[in-house]
Design a binder for this molecule. Structure first.
Ligand code: NAD
Length: 467
C-alpha cells in the first residue's frame, strides 16, 4: 500500500494531521493501536472535563440554597458519572472516525513500527502484518503516565491518571501523589464528589510552575474545601491489602487510604516503535528531536505532540500536526510556540498565556502589571465565584501585552482574548478602547488593562493629590 503520508498514532496530533491531509486531497493512512482520539479523548482532557462538570453540578446542588434552590443532596454516584463520561467520549471518538472516513483517510488498527524512512509495518490485533509505504511519515505516538518506585500500580488500589476515569466506587479516602496539573484537577473533583483527599507533593508548593499567587489561591480554595495538601513530602512506599493501601512517607509517617492515584507526570512513547532504529534522533530527555518545521533528523519523517515534548497539551499537538502535514505535502510552515495558552481545570480555574512575572524579573525585561480581583466583578459575584484575580503583564516600553495569569471562574474561556491580543501585538491601551459586554467575566481583562495605567474603574486606586 502506498500513500502520500502515513501517520502513527490517532490522538489529537495524529487524527488532526489525518483530517488536514484529507482536506488537502492527500492519500493518507492513519495507524492506531487502540481507540481513535488518544489520551485527550479517552483518558485525559475529555474524561476529566466530564468529571469536572459532575463536580460542578454537585457544588451547585450543595450551594443551591443561597441561590434560592431548595434541593436535598443525597450523595454522589461515581458509576453514573463514569457512564456519562463514556457516552461523551464514545460520541466524540465516533465523530473523529467519521471525519477521518469523510476525508478519505484509511484507518488501520494495529501496532505501527517505523521500519524505514518511508515505511511503517503494522501488526494487527490478529497478528497479521501489513507494510504501509508513504512519501512522508508523521510520528504521533504520545505519552503515558510516569510511575515511581515504591508505588506499584495495580489498576485497582493504586492507579495511574489513565486508569482513574474507570473507578466506579467512590474512595472515601483518596491519596493523590503529585500536586501538578492532574493532581490538582483530581483533588478538586474527588473532593467535590465526597472523597477525603490528601495530595502529596514533593516540591514546596502545588502547581509549582505557575505564578506563586496563582498556586497560593488554588491551594487556599482546595484547603477550604477540605483537601489536605502536603508539600515537601516524598513517598517511600505503599503496602496494599484487602482493606486498602497504607502509603508511607520518607521520614516514617504512614497514611492509610482506600485508593492512590499516581500523578507525577508523563513519559513519551518512543520504545518499540522503531524510531531510533530508523535513525530518528531523540534528545537527552528522550523526546523526538524536531526542527521548527516539525521534521525529525530523518528527512521526510515528522513528529508531533507529546512525543516531541514541547508542552504536553492537546492543542499544541494539534497545532504541530497542521504544520507537519502541510510540510509533508510540500508546503512551508513553521511552528511558533511564542503564544501558547493553557488552562487548569480546578475550581476556580487557572489559565495562562505568555510570560510569567517571575520570568520577566529574571530576564530583566521592563514590564507593567495590571491586576484585577474577581471579587470586584459583578458577573463573578452573581455566579457565586468571587475567588481569584487576573495579572496582566505588558512591556514597560513598547506597551505590548507579554502575558497573563488568571485564576478565577471561566479563566479557561477568557484567556483566548489575551491570546489574540498577544498575536495581534496589542497593548492594554487597545484592550481598554475595546468595548466589553457587561456583565461578563471578560470585563476583568478590561479592568486589568485599565489598571496597567492606574485607571481601573472598579478598583480603588491611589488618588493623586491636587496642587
Ligand atoms: P505535572 O508535571 O504537572 O505534575 C507532576 C507533579 O508531581 C509535580 O508537581 C512534581 O513535583 C510531583 N512529583 C513528581 N514526583 C513526585 C513524588 N515522588 N512524590 C510527590 N510528588 C511528586 O504532571 P501531571 O499532573 O501528571 O500532568 C502530566 C502532563 O499532562 C503535564 O504536562 C500537564 O501539563 C498535562 N496536562 C494538562 C492538562 C491541562 O491542560 N488542563 C490537564 C492534565 C494534564
Amino acid at each position: 500500500m502506498t500513500y502520500d503520508v502515513v501517520i502513527v498514532g490517532g490522538g489529537p496530533g495524529g487524527y488532526v494531521a489525518g483530517i488536514r491531509g484529507g482536506q488537502l486531497d492527500a492519500k493518507v493512512c492513519l495507524v492506531e493501536r487502540e481507540v481513535l482520539g488518544g489520551t485527550c479523548l479517552n483518558r485525559g482532557c475529555i474524561p476529566s472535563k466530564s468529571f469536572f462538570e459532575s463536580a460542578h453540578r454537585v457544588m451547585s446542588v450543595r450551594d443551591g440554597e443561597a441561590f434560592g434552590v431548595r434541593a436535598r443532596y443525597e450523595g454522589f454516584d461515581l458509576a453514573a458519572c463514569v457512564a456519562r463520561k463514556d457516552q461523551v467520549v464514545g460520541s466524540l471518538v465516533g465523530g473523529v472516525r467519521k471525519l477521518l472516513e469523510g476525508n478519505g483517510v484509511d484507518v488501520l488498527t494495529g501496532d505501527g513500527v517505523l521500519v524505514a524512512p518511508d515505511a511503517v509495518q503494522v501488526t494487527a490485533p490478529d497478528g497479521s502484518k501489513t507494510l504501509v509505504k508513504a512519501r512522508s511519515v508523521i510520528l504521533a505516538t504520545g505519552s503515558r503516565p510516569s510511575e515511581i518506585p515504591g508505588l506499584p500500580v495495580d489498576g485497582r488500589r493504586i492507579v495511574t491518571t489513565d486508569q482513574v476515569w474507570g473507578l466506579t466506587d467512590l474512595p472515601s479516602r483518596l491519596v493523590i501523589v503529585g500536586g501538578g496539573v492532574i493532581g490538582c484537577e483530581l483533588a478538586h473533583m474527588f473532593s467535590a464528589f465526597g472523597s477525603r483527599v490528601v495530595v502529596l507533593e514533593a516540591l514546596d508548593r502545588i502547581l509549582a510552575t505557575e505564578d506563586r499567587d496563582v498556586s497560593r489561591t488554588v491551594a487556599k480554595v482546595l484547603e477550604a474545601r477540605g483537601v489536605t495538601l502536603r508539600t515537601g513530602v516524598r513517598v517511600a512506599g505503599a503496602e496494599t491489602g484487602e482493606a486498602g493501601v497504607v502509603v508511607s512517607l520518607e521520614g516514617g509517617e504512614d497514611l492509610p487510604c482506600d485508593r492512590v492515584v499516581v500523578a507525577v507526570g508523563r513519559r513519551v512513547n518512543t520504545e518499540g516503535v522503531g524510531f531510533e532504529e530508523a535513525g530518528v534522533a531523540l534528545d537527552a530527555r528522550g523526546f523526538v528531536q524536531v526542527n521548527d518545521e516539525m521534521e525529525t533528523s530523518v528527512p521526510g519523517v515528522y513528529a508531533v505532540g507529546d512525543v516531541v515534548g514541547q508542552q504536553m497539551l492537546a492543542h499544541v499537538a494539534t497545532s504541530e500536526a497542521l504544520v507537519a502535514m502541510h510540510n509533508a505535502l510540500g508546503k512551508k510552515y513553521w511552528m511558533d510556540y511564542s503564544v501558547v495558552p493553557y488552562a487548569i481545570f480546578t475550581a476556580p480555574e487557572v489559565a495562562s498565556v505568555g510570560a510569567k512575572e517571575k520570568d520577566l524579573k529574571e530576564q530583566g525585561v521592563p514590564y507593567k502589571v495590571g491586576r484585577f480581583s474577581f471579587a470586584a466583578s459583578g458577573k463573578a459575584l452573581c455566579m457565586g465565584a468571587p475567588e481569584g484575580f487576573i495579572k496582566l503583564l505588558s512591556h514597560g516600553e513598547t506597551g505590548r501585552v507579554l502575558g497573563a495569569s488568571v485564576v478565577g471562574v471561566s479563566a479557561s474561556d477568557i484567556i483566548g482574548e489575551i491570546t489574540v491580543a498577544m498575536r495581534m501585538e496589542a497593548s492594554p491601551g487597545d484592550i481598554v478602547t475595546t468595548i466589553h459586554v457587561h456583565p461578563t467575566i471578560s470585563e476583568v481583562i478590561l479592568e486589568a488593562s485599565e489598571d496597567t495605567m492606574g485607571l481601573s474603574i472598579h478598583k480603588m486606586g491611589r488618588r493623586k493629590k491636587r496642587g
